[in-house]
Write a protein that binds this ligand. Sequence first.
Ligand code: HEM
Length: 510
Amino acid sequence: MAIISTLVQNASATNLFTKAVVAIVLYWAFHILSQLILPKNPKAVPTVFSWVPFIGSAIEFGKDPIVFLKNCQKKYGDVFTFNLLHKRVTACVGPDGNQFIFNAKQNLASAAGAYNHMTKHVFGSDIVFDAPHSIFMEQKRFIKAGLNIENFRKVVPYIIEECNMFWDKYDKKTTVDAYKMFGSLIINTASRSLLGPEIRNALDDGVAQLYYDLDQGFRPLNFMFPNLPLPAYRRRDQAREKLAKIYSGVIQKRRAEPDVKYNDLLQALMDATYKDGSKIPDHHICGILTAALFGGQHTSSTTSAWTVLELAHRPEVIKALRQEMIEKLGSLQAEFTYDNLEVLTLLECVVKETLRLHPPIFNMMRRVVADKMIYDKTGQEIPKGNYLCAAPGVTQIDPTYFNDPMVWDPYRWINKTDPVHKMEVGDDANIDYGFGAVGISSRSPFLPFGAGRHRCIGEKFGYLQLKAIIGTFVKKFDFETVSEAAPKPDYTSMVVVPSDSRVILTRRDL
Ligand code: HEM
């Protein structure tokens, strides 16, 4: 009896297994054949061929998205759709593609639709993408207003002080991971400049750990699965709530001492009002501060690391940077100020060139929310629900716009002989979406800070902080990379970081 029952069980298990294999083979065959033989809508955007259903082009895209997008552009033209773990992503590359996505009307394509499922867990509710679009634009206006020249003049000494405190503890000779080193420094400089002395002083008392836990909510895994029952997700949510309490405490204390003056973003937000005359609620202030801090944290850390890695292979540029400081500021001992950093042209071009070749955010996403969008140049249709992908990281290394695009050459921004400098763009730089004029045409091939309604409002602060930090670093250290080979970009985190950023530092006698 027992033998018969075992035989029956084995037979049905084998049966089930065979059925599963047949189903998978049929599904796979349908996936391949449907791409090859099913009639196509002539207005549809071409779809990138993929061998594996569900996975789609995820492996190729994940390995090197820039190479993937460039290869697809060659094969399919500027507009093509690819499957990414069951999400349909339509890439629109080239200056026209940038303009199409960055200038899209809010009722056609939405950034909130692409990002909010992840960002709301980090910034909290009613903030940024979780707020109605017009309120978010007002929130951007508050940040932009807080990042003004008067405040910048005050923050440069803080940044330099933080750099000195940080690096003066280093031994005469030491090996560091540049990305980690700049990450630790920038959380100090940005907290001090944007959030104020109270939060900066609390960093060592657990606030830095809370930022770390919150930051763990900004990984590609969170983009795919924003809410899993895992400890890291619980720590993220607890950190957000604890930080909100700490910020609220600081706000209450400042309100109790109205005569004390602060020049930071926190104070600017406390003093601002929405268009309807209402004060900004504390939980909005907390979320906006976190968004501003996170907006600049990894972007600036990786840009600093790439800059130092590029400089390490170009000693003549390091020499020229020091020479520029001596000529324009009198000596290497001269303290940086907001005004004297403004005249260091080569230093600015060094940062700009790093942002061209190594943009921390090389692509930006939106989601089609209208029934369909029509790509204006060709009349091709993009259906509702598709993600849109703009990729300035592709145009920034396109030889049509930049000579020898893979060469890191800061002098290209001084000599201005690249085709990009003669190119016609649009007059959309003057559009105001609610936070002041955008400042750059979305048709530009150089868009490391994005364009249009979602353009970065931290660009000026970002440059200021980067120039102060890189300038101080170049004064303080001689440096070389551990490995001769140029580091490869690592695309597995939310910003593009160098795969190996170890550098050997030797303190200089000034
Ligand atoms: C090197 C430094 C930085 C880089 C490369 C950078 C890059 C970018 C990019 C590419 C976008 C557009 C995103 C999109 O269109 O989807 C953006 C938006 C934004 N950035 Fe930055 N950023 C930097 C620093 C900062 C800083 C320091 C702050 C705050 C003080 C900041 C705050 C923001 C905000 C609030 C937005 C608006 C997002 C939106 O409207 O959807 N960023 N940034």
